[in-house]
Unconditional design. Structure first.
Lengths: 451, 236
């Protein structure tokens, strides 16, 4: 079970609203899924689905979700209502809904926490999405190593089918829906939507050119709505309480809450944070840096995240504001690094992971990111070439310009933001052959001389 | 030898003058075909068929027939995969004695050929039956076959390709992409190491992250990220 961090009293809670009360119930050990379902239903589960079927209807549901301004929680922040509308309007014999619970970042457990804490909410959101766009088949993709999440989801789905919330003619709506759980594994890139669709089709996990977006042509060539499990978990609230109630929470351009994996000096865990909260308060959930230490950088967005200096801690934690300063929501991970860490060492590690996990479809990504790691290696080892800094900047720009998917577009961020915000530390490595954190062991050679 | 001034240049110019009046040796190649030996077979190379697999069965008959022993082959490429490279044995790190033994025509036990060994197709067939011979469920089929056989031999992939109708190259692409699927036998010392080296990318990242945050250096926490999967595994 993942740790859920306690948030300040005033913060709203949507996707984890009933997680705590559910966890106290003995039925939630999931030994008997139907008993667990009964408990959850008495706590209000599947109310939203009922309202979507009886009162709103497909078009009404899409309009409500669009009016709420809900944006995808998978990192890119694409408006959910727009995606559903496209999928519903595309003419096709059948449609699919795919819930992405893969949680690719090994350091971030937000998707797993969501599924384990309240799998009913995910399944309910999935059913609402399927009814709204007219999909008859839905897939929940989960990491195969997370056996507990897989077990709970399978339990919820079989119990909900028996109770008539899923399956043929659900809730008397005349709509059929079969939901399957697909455990997938074996590649970091599976978190990307087109890669995941390729994997579900049994093919090599490589991204596809967009447009056409999956909402027009996705799984097996049919319109497919791919949503993160957190996005789907927010849908029942919107349908139940209305779009107005949802827009009151969170930031102006990005309403609602998001799960954040906070890693601080004192604590590590998942917290539900309203979008638009200043980064300072998000970092504070992980505790203060240790005695005599100061905060040096915050890694926002996982392995391809940006390194932000303490001066930018007032940035709202929200899609557009983070993009503007060179970070992104990404996997929802926020890691605080104190002054023991060397920025270059950290950036090299992050970019190195992105390079190792590159799928190899685009050549600038496959080879370019490796060259970036080599440049960082040279700087860390104290034998930089005079042109390395320029090369780093040029190569990063080229990789971003030729990007096919967001992995490639963002893989350069650790190094480029490190270069932008921590220039003095970079200069210490390059010009003075010294590492302020004492991590790297630079060879004492003249400034910028090649080996 | 007596020294006569200017003799060298006279000799040289005499040769030039003689060549100047000789008939020219230029062949107007595309219009006039070159005069080569009738036994000339062009550049030696291994060809692929339309499924992306080698046409060459590596029977070594060509190597045995070659009178000057210039043909030689080895079974492991730089990625430790099964494809066959042609060229001098030094280039693919194979021992000379081994290739000499193979040229002799006797059967040689070789790890590189383990991938090609025939398998009990009934076990694969039962799995295919469970999955309806559906190429859209390729990932599940491959996972089930690996659970049954322990790894994915070429013979199994070819059988799956034959029965489902999916291109062999497509199946091989899927099988070689996912980290949990393995194309080498589990107990293989050489290739097993290459397989395990690529595996712990995630745990390497996590331990490296912990080390980097504590100021121990990311490389100290379980090897640099580059060492895990970027570098090609050593062969032999």
């Amino acid at each position: 079970m993942t740790t859920i961090l306690r948030t300040p009293a005033g913060w709203p809670s949507i996707v984890l609203a009933r997680a705590e009360s559910l966890r106290a119930q003995p039925a939630m050990a999931f030994d008997d899924p139907s008993a667990a379902l009964d408990v959850a239903v008495s706590a209000g589960a599947f109310e939203g689905l009922r309202r979507a079927v009886r009162d709103l209807g497909p078009t009404g549901t899409i309009e409500t979700v669009a009016a709420s301004g809900l944006r995808g929680r998978g990192g890119a922040g694409y408006p959910t209502g727009e995606k559903w509308r496209t999928a519903a309007l595309t003419d096709a014999p059948r449609r699919y809904v795919v819930a992405n619970g893969y949680g690719a970042d090994p350091g971030s457990l937000t998707d797993r926490a969501m599924i384990e804490a309240d799998p009913f909410l995910v399944v309910e959101g999935l059913a609402i999405a399927a009814i709204a766009i007219g999909a008859t088949e839905a897939v929940v993709a989960v990491r195969a190593s997370e056996t507990e999440a897989v077990r709970r989801l399978e339990g919820v789905i079989s119990a909900a089918e028996e109770a008539g919330f899923l399956g043929p003619d659900l809730l008397g709506s005349g709509h059929d829906l079969s939901v399957t759980v697909r455990p997938v594994q074996g590649a970091y890139m599976l978190g990307e939507e087109t890669v995941l669709l390729n994997a579900l089709e049994g093919r090599r996990g490589q991204p596809e050119q967009r447009p056409p977006h999956p909402a027009e042509r996705g799984l097996f060539g049919m319109p497919t709505v791919v949503q993160n499990v957190q996005t789907l978990a927010a849908v029942p609230f919107i349908v139940r309480e209305g779009a107005e109630a949802f827009t009151r929470i969170g930031a102006r351009g990005a309403p609602g809450t998001i799960l954040v994996q906070v890693r601080g000096a004192e604590r590590e865990g998942v917290a539900e944070v309203p979008l638009g909260t200043p980064l300072r308060e998000v970092v504070a959930l992980g505790g203060e840096p240790g005695r005599g230490r100061t905060l040096k950088a915050v890694v926002v967005g996982g392995p391809s995240g940006g390194l932000l200096p303490p001066e930018l801690l007032d940035t709202p934690y929200e899609f557009d504001a983070l993009r503007a300063v060179g970070a992104h929501i990404g996997s929802g991970s926020v890691i605080a690094a104190d002054d023991r860490a060397c920025i270059l060492d950290l950036a090299r590690l992050l970019t190195g992971f992105c390079a190792t996990e590159a799928c190899g479809k685009t050549i600038p990504c496959r080879i370019g990111t490796r060259r970036l790691v080599e440049i960082a290696d040279r700087i860390v080892d104290g034998r930089p070439r005079p042109t390395d800094l320029q090369l780093l900047a040029d190569l990063s720009a080229d990789i971003v310009a030729s990007a096919l998917c967001d992995h490639e577009r963002l893989a350069t961020l650790p190094l480029t933001t490190g270069m932008r915000y921590f220039r003095s530390e970079l200069d210490d490595h390059l010009l003075r052959s010294s590492c302020p954190a004492g991590v790297c062991r630079p060879i004492a050679v003249g400034a910028g001389s090649a080996r | 030898m007596s020294f006569i001034p200017g003799l060298g240049i006279v000799k040289g110019m005499a040769l030039t003058l003689r060549r100047f009046f000789e008939p020219k040796a230029t062949i107007r190649y595309p219009e006039v075909p070159a005069d080569v030996s009738p036994k000339f077979r062009g550049r030696l190379q291994l060809l692929y068929d339309e499924w992306g697999t080698l046409k060459c069965e590596t029977c070594f008959q060509c190597a045995q027939a070659c009178p000057i022993e210039c043909i030689d082959m080895g079974g492991i490429d730089t990625k430790g995969r099964y494809h066959v490279h042609w060229g001098p044995p030094e280039q693919y790190g194979e021992r000379r004695e081994e290739s000499a033994l193979r040229r002799s025509g006797r059967t040689v036990p070789d790890k590189a050929y383990e991938h090609f060994e025939p398998i009990d197709t009934d076990r694969v067939e039962a799995i295919l039956e469970d999955h309806d011979h559906d190429p859209k469920r390729m990932l599940q089929i491959l996972e089930a076959v690996q659970a049954e056989l322990g790894w994915l031999p070429v013979a199994a992939l070819k059988h799956i390709s034959f029965r489902t109708g999916a291109y062999y190259a497509l199946i091989y692409g899927t099988a070689s992409y996912y980290r949990h699927l393995r194309l080498d036998p589990p107990g293989d010392a050489v290739q097993g190491r290459a397989f395990d080296a690529a595996r712990p990318a995630e745990s390497t990242y996590l331990s490296g992250l912990g080390a980097a945050l504590e100021g121990r250096g990311a490389a100290a926490g379980g090897g640099a990220a580059t060492a895990a999967g970027v570098s090609a595994p050593a062969v032999h």
